[in-house]
Design a protein around this ligand. Structure first.
Ligand SMILES: [Fe+2]
Length: 249
């Protein structure tokens, strides 16, 4: 018997590598959904545009966080910084970037992959340590549809050979993540995940909140305003010696 006591939340997150959480049903959630509906269907404000990185997939550029203050307000009103600590156990996570993406049928299916991995490479590929990502897949047209698949626990089960590593997909049960106006997905980006083919004719929208450890902020160059504001606001909720609040950039 260990002398260390773990909470159920941290234990589950450590084991599974993801958490399917529920937003608080407050005005902030209503505002966020209205904002996303409008962003999805109306022309963008001047100086912003949709830029395609993958086929039939469009990201809000130059950046989402300065497009509307509601995105950062939402994080704090929904008590996301507190939730991140209680799930992951990391108290130094900082919001590195926010991305809003529109996806249309025909977009490239992204098969099973990890964002961070090291097979026979000399050096790991992707960001290390892995990011802790929150994705919100609202169902704006009220139809629930499959958005992502994740393989629970796979961030701990890594084989040296990519081929053998991928074999575990065949015998481990995956979890389907559907669009929802009340839920979000938090996951460790070393976890195996796959983006299925999307079928909504009118397209769908999703928001990514990418969190990293405070020492990794340099990975998000050009986002310093966001980091500064996030850390400033953390000071009001973690007034005593909280690592994110202590960091000065
Ligand atoms: Fe990915």
């Amino acid at each position: 018997m260990s002398k260390y006591e773990n909470t159920k939340e941290m234990s589950d997150y450590y084991h599974n590598g993801f958490y399917y959480g529920q937003f608080q049903e407050t005005k902030s959630l209503e505002n966020m959904i209205s904002f996303l509906k409008e962003t999805h269907s109306s022309p963008l404000k001047p100086d912003f545009k949709w830029e395609s990185e993958y086929k039939d997939t469009f990201d809000l550029k130059p950046n989402a966080y300065s497009y509307n203050k509601i995105l950062l307000d939402f994080i704090f009103e929904q008590k996301i910084p507190q939730m991140l600590i209680s799930q992951t156990g990391f108290s130094d996570l900082v919001l590195g970037d926010i991305n809003i993406r529109k996806v249309f049928p025909g977009s490239v299916y992204m098969g099973w992959h990890r964002d961070t991995y090291k097979y026979n490479h000399e050096i790991a590929v992707g960001r290390t340590p892995p990011l802790q990502k929150i994705i919100f897949y609202p169902n704006l047209d009220a139809k629930r549809s499959l958005q992502l698949k994740v393989l629970p626990g796979s961030h701990h089960h890594v084989f040296k050979s990519k081929l053998i590593d991928k074999l575990q997909i065949l015998f481990s049960g995956s979890k389907n993540i559907f669009s929802s106006n009340n839920n979000f997905l938090l996951f460790d980006s070393a976890l195996f995940h796959a983006v299925p083919e999307l079928t909504e004719k009118s397209g769908s929208i999703r928001v990514f909140f990418n969190f990293c450890h405070s020492a990794q902020l340099s990975l998000f160059k050009g986002r310093e305003d966001l980091h500064r504001e996030y850390l400033e606001r953390c000071k009001t909720i973690f007034p005593l010696n909280s690592p994110p609040a202590d960091l000065s950039i």
